[in-house]
Design a protein around this ligand. Structure first.
Ligand code: PLP
Length: 375
């Protein structure tokens, strides 16, 4: 079959740019004319605005969500010989950041209804080497942070929240990124708050960790040309910072549009045999709307090209669980050790969901899915 250009893409970043073009032009010109392209007031303003948005005293911006995770782990002193517990079903950056410190990622399975890490398994995988738990608020669905927080406190463990997909999510009314020792955000363009390039940030209540993060992200320098540790260069550009500050004003509106679309999908796709809809909860920010196709009905890999032929873009997040990827073969996990993650990797499909998706487009997506599944 010839590939068909999708009439309804899984996401479309150009629509948001069109909406903001007039806002961005003077902001861009001001930064470019000011000559301060690295650091400076635009970055400081964004860090303050994002810290206020999340509800923490400290926000340390950096180059990406991957760097945010790496910096957080380094700031906690996590290193070779340590173990960090994290879910098997996530984007590679989550585990990669752990490995980059020299520590070992210890993978636990996820719950099929929340897509998030199974807390009983976290308890089972604790050892004397466990230094931290790194939960992922996958697809914007917040992890049960009350239970995880209690567990971590009882065992003296740090929590590093991977909030890459969850800017604006809450657990029991409290924003993600404020529950853990450190919160790590990505501003990759398709995230809830997306830059026009790469960007990331770490949030924390702890002033000492904040200072340590600032040192590590800036070549380990405490003062200029006086490095106290081995660091990296991880900066959010002034232009990205200025655009993100402007976009922050629109975030509440975009989050309500995401929620309205998700609510609508739940209605439009209800009661289709073989189809499991994502579980809603208060504080879900719906970065993705991910359906699960049951194995005894239509296969995900059959449905996806048919939707593509019908002009509907979809995505598979994620086709291979982290411990089953070649990079982690040496850890010797087997799909039987992470059965839910493996099953999800074969069955999940993320439908178009972005704030600017129109009701007519959504009707078309849902109607096509229903027709193809014989609902
Ligand atoms: C769960 C998760 N963690 C970390 C990252 C890394 O973020 P970035 O792409 O900004 O490095 C991503 C980005 O896709 C992600 O989805």
């Amino acid at each position: 079959m010839m590939p068909v250009a999708t009439a309804i893409p899984q996401f479309d970043l150009t629509r948001q740019y069109q909406q903001l073009q007039a806002v961005f032009t003077p902001i861009t010109q001001a930064v470019l004319a000011g000559g301060g392209y690295i650091g400076g007031t635009a970055v400081a303003q964004f860090e303050q605005a994002f810290a206020e948005y999340v509800g923490v005293p400290h926000c340390i911006s950096c180059n990406s969500g991957t760097d945010a995770l790496y910096l957080a782990l380094r700031a906690l002193g996590i290193t070779a010989g340590d173990e960090v517990i994290t879910p098997a079903f996530s984007f590679i950056a989550t585990a990669e950041a752990i490995s980059l410190t020299g520590a070992t990622p210890v993978f636990v399975d996820v719950e099929p209804d929340t897509f998030n890490l199974n807390l009983d398994q976290v308890v089972q995988r604790l050892t004397a080497k466990t230094k931290a738990v790194l939960p992922v608020h996958l697809f914007g669905r917040p992890v049960d942070m009350t239970a995880l927080h209690q567990l971590a406190q009882a065992r003296g463990l740090a929590i590093i929240e991977d909030c890459a997909q969850a800017t604006g999510s809450h657990w029991q009314g409290q924003p993600v990124g404020t529950w853990g020792t450190l919160g790590c955000f990505s501003f990759y363009p398709t995230k809830n708050l997306g830059a026009m390039g790469d960007g990331g940030a770490v949030t924390t209540h702890d002033p000492q960790l904040a200072q340590r993060l600032r040192e590590i992200k800036n070549h380990g320098q405490r003062e200029r040309y006086n490095s106290v540790t081995v660091g990296i260069n991880s900066r959010l550009d002034a232009l990205q910072a200025a655009w993100l500050t402007a976009k922050l004003d629109y975030l509440p509106q975009w989050l309500s549009q995401r929620r309205a679309l998700a609510d609508n999908y739940q209605k439009l796709l209800a009661n289709i045999p073989g189809l499991t809809l994502p579980q809603d909860c208060p504080g879900h920010s719906w970065n993705q709307y991910t359906i699960t196709l049951q194995s005894n009905h239509i296969n995900r890999d059959d449905l996806r090209p048919k939707l593509q032929q019908a002009g509907i873009g979809t995505a598979v997040y994620y086709p291979v669980p982290l411990p089953l990827q070649p990079v982690y073969e040496f850890l010797q996990y087997d799909k039987a050790t992470i059965p839910q993650s493996f099953a999800l990797s074969q069955r999940v499909l993320s439908l178009p969901l972005f704030p600017e998706l129109t009701p007519a487009e959504q009707q078309q997506v849902a109607g096509t899915v229903r027709r193809m599944l014989g609902g």
